[in-house]
Design a protein around this ligand. Structure first.
Ligand code: PGA
Length: 234
């Protein structure tokens, strides 16, 4: 983290969870983020975006993926313009649960920004590896469109072997990877994701170059997400 520490960015990823009945939970998270003064957002299933975006005050509402094409015969897909039209301001691309190759991630990032969305480009090695830093650097370079507007981009490092588990990598591993990400991504916000919860959020945010968190399971209820937001509020 640079000496002038920026306000952490905390994003939740609800994956394929969330119905209209969960809008009250989103309202509680929105209220807590506002009260704590934390920059936060929820990446929601496409079907929930419009209703959530209509009710939130400060919370960013985002998508979890977008198609690289503007429109077309792509059954089951959502374009970036559709997400934007529904009220999203941001989207993930390249999450390990949707990731194809770097070219496709770069094309999605490009499409997202062209539609007016900020973009979070996700990277991460699939298995525990001594070469993680080099693997992730190569993956990131392949996933960056040349025309990326860095002022509307963030990078999320999510080691796939931590997603859905209970442990995060050790600090030495994270320090090495985040130093590399900082060199590649300039001033863009760098997020850590994978098994983040209220018990480890503070430690993760204290690591050099970690500007924020991408939280899966622990973002789905205010009871679990608010402690993460509190850690971000310091
Ligand atoms: P998790 O998921 O926090 O449940 O490990 C993180 C993610 O996949 O973004």
């Amino acid at each position: 983290m640079s000496p002038a520490r920026r306000r952490p960015l905390v994003l939740g990823n609800w994956k394929m969870h969330g119905l209209g009945a969960d809008l009250a939970e989103i309202a509680r998270i929105d209220a807590a983020a506002g009260a704590l003064g934390v920059e936060a957002g929820l990446m929601l299933p496409a079907a929930l975006i419009e209703r959530a975006a209509r009710q939130v005050r400060g919370l960013a509402i985002g998508g979890q993926d977008c198609h690289p094409a503007v429109e077309g015969a792509h059954t089951g897909s959502a374009s970036a313009a559709m997400l934007r039209d529904a009220g999203a301001t941001i989207t993930l691309v390249g999450h390990s649960e949707t990731r194809e190759d770097g070219l496709s991630v770069a094309a999605k990032a490009c499409a997202a920004q062209a539609a007016g969305l900020s973009v979070v480009i996700c990277v991460g090695e699939s298995a525990r590896s001594a070469d993680a830093r080099a693997l992730v650097a190569a993956q990131l370079r392949a996933s960056l469109p040349p025309e990326l507007d860095w002022s509307r981009a963030a990078i999320a490092y999510e080691p796939v072997w931590c997603i859905g588990g209970s442990a995060v990598p050790d600090a030495a591993h994270l320090v090495r990877v985040f130093a590399m990400l900082r060199a590649e991504a300039g001033d863009a916000p760098l997020l850590y994701g994978g098994a983040v919860d209220g018990s480890n959020a503070g430690e993760l945010l204290a690591l050099p170059e970690v500007d924020g968190l991408l939280v899966g399971r622990a973002s789905r209820s205010a009871a679990e997400f608010v402690p993460v937001l509190e850690a971000a509020a310091g």
